[in-house]
Design a protein around this ligand. Structure first.
Ligand code: NAD
Length: 349
């Protein structure tokens, strides 16, 4: 039996990656659409066999409460709208999947967590890499029972791309209110989240440097580049970069006493490559590519049916937003910031 999902916001990512992936889901099906553009929604409803009576807009979104076919709402709107639509969805009695970054402030994240808890509904943040087989293999190499890399010492993670406001999906990304920040919450968050899931730890010290090309109209409100360093309780140091100015890069490297791994591309949609180097021998590990979107969507459906906390709950998204704010603060003040030790909010199982 499959749970019914509504996709909220029919932009590039929703229509090109998420909606087609329902075809590969085993426990989830697309049953409703929420959009400000009725004609566009009707077109996609025809394409995906969605009942046109299950098309909602941003005004009548709450009436989804009366539709028993919908179990989950999936928020794929600009970042600045995540909190509002997550909270309205939970209050309408639906479980929520919300895209990364969770929201634009710690207070918004907390309000989202509280709304889901009060409604007795699950909240999961769509950290697709944590469901993707190559990244899971890297986690296993780094901290699985075989400890193939030995004792971990360092992580280098780089995520960047050129932001192009001529494209509609990049227009809101340079608007601070809708995006919450620049490259860091959009793409650098993959470097940050990877440092956390590779170590399985939470950082206790943060330093950072930020730079945007002067007079570039794209970077009036949001940042271009942020480099940040994290220190973890085990002693692992992570060097991470985030950029809207360098060409497409999605790479994670992990250095241990017995070997190193390189995942590049690390967080692509469909193509990953994993290399392990020990001594002078470098070998490529081939793993079955799977549809990570279908895996993460089904993970939430399964968590709902089994009444378990998802692996990447709201608290996982909140921790990244808290760290993003700390990275900005460290860059602004030029100070190293110490953080209280804490357990990862991830639900590993
Ligand atoms: P997009 O601009 O293509 O989609 C946003 C949608 O929201 C559009 O359909 C737009 O019409 C709608 N919208 C409603 N109100 C709006 C407003 N006031 N301003 C702008 N748009 C408005 O963007 P996208 O790239 O699809 O990103 C959507 C979300 O998905 C973001 O949160 C982004 O971070 C996330 N995303 C995640 C991944 C991933 O790999 N997990 C990849 C891309 C995007």
């Amino acid at each position: 039996q499959k749970l019914g999902w509504a996709v909220v916001g029919l932009g590039q990512f929703a229509t090109e990656q998420i909606m087609p992936s329902f075809g590969e889901c085993k426990r989830s099906r697309l049953v409703a659409l929420v959009s400000g553009d009725r004609a566009k929604a009707e077109r996609y409803a025809r394409q995906y066999g969605v009942n046109p009576q299950n098309i909602y807009n941003y005004q009548n979104y709450e009436t989804i409460r009366d539709n028993p076919e919908v179990d989950v709402v999936y928020i794929v709107l600009p970042n600045g709208m995540h909190a509002e639509y997550t909270i309205r969805g939970a209050r309408a009695g639906k479980h929520v999947m919300c895209e990364k970054p969770m929201a634009t402030s710690v207070a918004e994240c907390q309000a989202m967590i509280d709304a889901a808890r009060q409604a007795g509904k699950k909240l999961m943040i769509a950290y697709r890499a944590q469901y993707e087989p190559y990244n899971l293999a890297a986690i296993d190499l780094a901290r699985g029972p075989r400890k193939e890399l030995g004792k971990l010492k360092a992580i280098v993670a780089d995520h960047g791309r050129i932001v192009k406001p001529s494209e509609p999906q990049d227009r809101w990304r340079i608007d601070k209110k809708l995006a919450g920040g620049g490259s860091l919450p959009d793409i650098g968050i993959y470097s940050l989240n990877a440092a956390r899931y590779i170590t399985g730890e939470e950082p206790i010290e943060v330093s950072a440097m930020l730079y945007s090309t002067p007079n570039d109209p794209r970077f009036v409100e949001v940042e271009e580049n942020v480099n940040f360093m994290l220190r973890f309780p085990s002693g692992v140091l992570a060097n991470c970069t985030s950029s809207y100015g360098y060409s497409d890069t999605k790479r994670i490297q992990v250095f241990g006493s017995e070997g190193t791994l390189e995942l590049s591309p690390a967080t692509d949609y469909y193509q990953h490559r994993l290399f392990v180097e020990k001594g002078k021998v470098r070998e490529e590990r081939n793993i079955d590519e799977k549809n990570q979107f279908a895996l993460e969507i089904d993970h939430l459906s399964e968590s709902i049916v089994q009444n378990r906390k998802p692996k990447t709950p709201g608290e996982e998204g909140l921790q990244d937003i808290r760290l993003i704010q700390t990275i900005y603060e460290a860059a602004r003040t030029g100070r190293k910031i110490q953080l209280e030790p804490m357990q990862p909010p991830r639900n590993e199982r």
